[in-house]
Design a protein around this ligand. Structure first.
Ligand SMILES: [Mn+2]
Length: 379
């Protein structure tokens, strides 16, 4: 069976770091796929006797997506170190170069679309890169990390640990809305079958609060995918690693409330966008931003609008000098290619063909809209 390109190379590099007691930083996206990937890799490395010096999740709302200069500043005392980026990094050309200068060695493990070239990291694992012969391209990052964990641990993990990794992989694959076929189908079936007996207090907390697990699966996933950060701590990460059932119940309840509130806010924001586009219904794309719109809601709002109006939707939070946005387009279109055709106007961009994001200087917003419109009306 062909393997994911560089998966063994990444495993080797991690084993060397463990053996030499190097500092290791796990730098993950704040959503469930990112958090689950961090948790699985952290517990795998600890199982090998290694130590994690820091775990970091950028706050999308304030810092934007991906590896950021601000984060590298915050981590500067933990060098030299091996920084493993999970579920992000594939588009961070500038930041990876900067990180290397500052004493971080970078390993990127991501599943997002390649943006023409690769960042200059020591190891890049991304099934979508050139020369990757692994036949299935729809893995979530957690799925890649599950496979990495198997390479690292071999037959070693106990049934409990393996089952727990399967649960997290299944939940992350569903949360990331990856295709439910091939490897993912196996992860989902096996993961959900052991899920009701999970040992993880953070997951058992949901059963205690919500009752029967299967019927509430969507609710649990929504709560786990809220990207909630309080006092710089990713609450889903905290939930998944806490040994305390009491603490877990508090966090889980807060995440459930947060997810409910988010759903309500999304509806309100959809109405706000619809008021703005009422006079522009002949335009080829929906392209709207506001300084009061939370970035955290932009993806859900774009998704609803793109389906309802049958158009690509670009929804952004307008900051003082830059804007951050989320993009959703229908299945037959490719939003990453669309932004690729406008890349000179963008600071960063990337993601999956139907769901992606961008960061742009405000002075380029109008040009960006024109460029996108041109791309999408092209015959
Ligand atoms: Mn992901």
């Amino acid at each position: 069976m062909t393997e994911i390109k560089n998966l063994k190379k990444a495993a080797k590099r991690i084993l060397k770091a463990v053996k030499n007691k190097e500092k290791i930083i796990l730098y993950g996206d704040a959503d469930l796929d990112g958090v689950a990937s961090v948790v699985i890799l952290k517990e795998t490395i600890q199982n090998l006797g290694g130590q994690i010096s820091a775990v970091f999740f950028p706050n999308r709302e304030n810092d934007g997506y991906g590896i950021t200069e601000k984060a590298l500043d915050q981590l500067k005392d933990i060098t030299p170190s091996l920084l493993i980026s999970l579920d992000l990094g594939i588009g961070n050309f500038k930041e990876v170069r900067l990180a290397k200068k500052r004493g971080f060695e970078i390993v990127i493990i991501d599943h997002h679309q390649i943006l023409g070239r690769l960042p200059e990291a020591s190891v890049v694992v991304d099934p979508k890169q050139k020369g990757d012969k692994y036949p299935f391209k729809g893995l979530a990052t957690a799925g890649i990390i599950f496979k990495l964990s198997q390479v690292l641990l071999g037959e070693k993990p106990s049934g409990n640990l393996k089952n727990s990794f399967l649960e997290l992989t299944a939940l992350a694959t569903l949360a990331d809305m990856m295709p439910q076929e091939e490897d993912n189908k196996v992860f989902i079936e096996e993961g959900l079958s052991v899920f009701p007996n999970t040992f993880r207090p953070g997951l058992r907390a949901f059963f205690e609060i919500l009752g029967d697990s299967r019927g509430n699966l969507q609710k649990i996933i929504a709560a786990l995918n809220t990207c909630e950060i309080i006092d710089n701590i990713n609450q889903v990460y905290l939930l998944l690693i806490t040994p305390s059932f009491e603490e877990a119940k508090k966090i889980a309840q807060n995440l459930i409330d947060r997810a409910d509130k988010k759903q309500f806010q999304v509806k309100e924001m959809v109405r706000a966008v619809e008021r703005k586009i009422a006079a522009k219904l002949t335009e080829a794309i929906i392209f709207e931003g506001d300084s009061s719109w939370p970035l955290i809601l932009a993806g859900s709002v774009a998704s609803i609008l793109s389906q309802k109006y049958g158009k690509p939707a670009f929804i952004f939070k307008k900051g003082e000098s830059e804007s951050y946005g989320s993009v959703r387009v229908s299945k037959e279109l490719n939003s990453v290619d669309a932004m690729n055709s406008c890349k000179n106007l963008l600071i960063t961009y990337g993601g999956h063909p139907p769901a992606s994001g961008f960061r742009v200087k405000n002075e380029n917003l109008e040009q960006f809209k024109k460029c996108l419109t041109k791309y999408f009306i092209k015959p």
